[in-house]
Write a protein that binds this ligand. Sequence first.
Ligand code: SF4
Ligand code: SF4
Length: 470
Amino acid sequence: MFDPQSSQAREFIDHEEILDTLAFAAKNAENASLIQDILAKARDRKGLSHREALVLLDCRLEEYNQELYGLARQIKKDFYGQRVVMFAPLYLSNYCVNGCLYCPYHMKNKHIARKKLTMDEIVKETMALQDIGHKRLALEAGEHPVMNPLEYILEAIQAIYSIKHKNGAIRRVNVNIAATDVASYRRLRDVGIGTYILFQETYHRQSYQKLHPTGPKSDYDWHTTAMDRAMEGGIDDVGLGVLFGLEGHRYELAALLAHGEHLEAVHGVGPHTISVPRLREADDINPDEFEHGLADDIFAKIVAIIRVAVPYTGLIVSTRENAATRARVLDLGVSQISGGSRTSVGGYYEPEVENTTQFEVNDTRSLDEVIHWLMELGHIPSFCTACYREGRTGDRFMALCKSGKIQNCCHPNALMTLKEYLMDYASPETVALGDSLIASQINEVPNLKTRNLVIQHLAAISEGQRDFRL
Ligand code: SF4
Ligand code: SF4
């Protein structure tokens, strides 16, 4: 029985409820009055339930689909302005005891090279990431209690935060590691992680079990309730995601949003971010062997729907997507992207010598090229990490978002962190484009006092000072 407040995965991701939702959406795919009502609710920025979202997904009336895209663009503009937050993944280790059929790190893969970064290598990788200009990382590691115990992850995070190299600093470390217990989440909280990210991969229980034949991750309930334990352990910001391509996208979208509803119902705060990775080719993984590949148009529609369904949730795409797709979904609601990424274990300090890559990257441009491209498209790349460092996390972050006041922080912080990037890391062409963008955008800071403060800070950054934030 569907119950968003239940602590049982079976009840907050209720298979029957999802199937009913899919049937309801299919039946109402041309129900103009219902679709209009749903769009009206979305227009009021009230978000949408999983059922309402699915009706929009199935909608076959083109004029309303166009209205959905327009609304997604408008919500993106109203809540996120032109800014796009930048991050990079850092793979610590690809040792893994799980048997995930879609990931080359699965335990039975005997021909992929196995690697675990030493602390010395982590320092080098962090400095290399700082030298490119990154301030925000997503740490990745396979699940392996002996090779990658929690102590190793904690030590790595502490090392990363402690490194101050030239003007560089990693100011927020998000962590994507296997589901664990409350005490371990508490320890991650205590070392100051940003968002705890864990992809569900698929919400479809039967498929999940087929795709995860062995290892601790094969326990659907343990995996699906991980965010509840993370929040119980004091981690305020959690990031959801599915791996599109493993199961039917309609099922996944309905369940993903139902998961968000559950977190809101139980913890009073929904997901901080949602990621939308699509299955990609990798060492012994051929996406053609999976029957649920997601076409670009549906992918874009899913992004637009998530944008209107959960307006306050950051939406992430990685370099799994190529430049054209990234441009398209940035327009429809994506607020965070990675750039200059390496999806191998290491690879920033020295090019990888053995193949340790988790998936093929479809956007291989350098961070400088991505920053330049974003600005050409009219976006403002942001390296801001202010909220987390000012203690604006979880419900405090959401309350500020919902008050609309977050814009007074995001826009100025984007300009100031972009200026730091231009001063320290950018190519001359990027500097020229960025400086003129900042000059034109400074007048968009609505509050005069704040605007003057930002002008002062920008001048101080030009003179060598760093790390201003609002
Ligand atoms: Fe291991 Fe994660 Fe890959 Fe599964 S998806 S094999 S848990 S690294
Ligand atoms: Fe994100 Fe907060 Fe910075 Fe805005 S001010 S970009 S919400 S960290």
